[in-house]
Design a protein around this ligand. Structure first.
Ligand SMILES: NC(=O)c1ccc[n+]([C@@H]2O[C@H](COP(=O)([O-])OP(=O)(O)OC[C@H]3O[C@@H](n4cnc5c(N)ncnc54)[C@H](O)[C@@H]3O)[C@@H](O)[C@H]2O)c1
Ligand SMILES: O=C(O)C(=O)C[C@]1(C(=O)O)C=C[C@@H](O)C=C1
Length: 305
């Protein structure tokens, strides 16, 4: 989907009358900040989290018009509801709010996996409510409402995975909201999304968790040296390995097949490198490293274009 050409909405005729965001951490609070900064997007912004402390903090930050602890009250009358909790909580939240969703409204989310989201949420979506799953390819290793910022989605992809037969106008309208947050919109099916993200996001996180875990599992003396002398390569891994444990547990459990397939491929390639090192096959190492360096450069060039 190309970026919408028209201005999404105005404060007099906002794109949505009432948007409800459930789960007010890094992503939810960043979305709230975008909505509050552009009053053409939502007439009223309602925020909801199961944690009293998080609700209190969001009220203090003044990044919503209204904060509700009770999800059934929060979604009442909303024409857009966006789930921003860890994906493992989706089934329970969807079961809770399903009967309270307004006819004609849109239910969406920001979860990092998509097939499991469709599996867990769809059964609770009443007839007449449009379900349009989404995923912003934007984030950091930080969590909670203080970690959010309104520029998070700027220049980043936002993938929508509407199930077949979803109302095209509902998809377009949601795309306009995310485009106004600075995202570039792409529509694909959920299974393709999960395959692509397994290699571009999920496996890299698993490798980071593993390498940092392995390094710190070394004997005590070595461990302190690892921390003391950690060079920038290792430091990059520690940033990623600091990502939220609940969120990433839920991602791996809910994109099981695709991640296991990528681990298998990765393990075979790692074994091939192990052989090349053992047998002194420098050409093999050189060829791979030359290829990967070119890939890094093409990513940077594409960003600058
Ligand atoms: N962090 C990232 O880099 C990133 C990027 C893209 C998408 N996502 C997706 O966004 C979602 C949220 O991630 P985050 O990093 O903002 O998490 P976070 O840990 O910062 O915040 C999650 C919030 O959800 C709340 N919550 C948990 N269970 C709930 C429930 N049952 N009802 C209401 N609130 C509940 C928690 O109290 C917390 O405030 C996840 O599904 C994740 O896969 C994350
Ligand atoms: O930049 C980071 O810290 C991220 O890990 C962000 C990242 C990613 O892998 O790119 C993490 C999970 C998401 O679902 C989307 C984005």
């Amino acid at each position: 989907m190309s970026a919408p050409e028209t201005i999404p909405g105005t404060p007099d005729t906002p794109l949505y009358d009432r948007v409800c965001v459930i789960g007010l951490g890094l992503i939810g609070s960043s979305l709230l900040r975008c909505l509050m900064a552009d009053r053409g997007l939502a007439g009223e912004v309602v925020a909801c989290d199961r944690s009293d402390a998080v609700c209190a903090r969001v009220a203090e930050l003044a990044i919503a018009d209204r904060v509700e602890n009770d999800a059934t009250l929060a979604v009442a009358g909303a024409d857009l509801v966006v789930l921003c909790t860890p994906v493992g909580a989706y089934a329970d939240v969807a079961a809770l709010i399903g009967p309270h969703l307004a006819p004609g409204s849109t239910l969406s989310d920001v979860g990092s996996v998509k097939q499991a989201v469709v599996r867990d949420v769809s059964p609770h979506v009443p007839d007449g409510v449009h379900f349009v799953p989404g995923h912003p390819l934007a984030g950091t290793e930080h969590s909670g409402p203080d970690a959010g910022f309104k520029e998070l989605f700027r220049g980043r992809w936002l993938i929508l995975t509407p199930p077949p037969g979803t109302d095209a106008a509902a998809v377009d309208r949601l795309g306009r909201l995310w485009a106004a947050c600075g995202s570039q919109i792409e529509v694909m099916d959920a299974s393709h999304h999960d395959q692509v993200l397994a290699i571009t996001s999920h496996l890299p996180h698993l490798i980071a968790y593993t390498i940092v875990g392995t390094a710190t599992d070394l004997e005590e003396t070595t461990k302190s040296e690892v921390i003391r002398f950690s060079a920038s390569g290792f430091r990059d891994f520690t940033r990623i390995a600091a990502s939220d444990p609940v969120m990433w547990r839920d991602i791996f459990l809910n994109n099981r097949e695709a991640v296991l397939e990528m681990i298998q491929r990765f393990t075979e390639d790692l074994t091939a490198l192990q052989r090349a090192i053992r047998w002194g096959e420098g050409d093999k190492l050189f060829d791979l490293f030359t290829r990967t360096r070119a890939i890094r450069r093409s990513i940077i060039d594409a960003k600058q274009a």
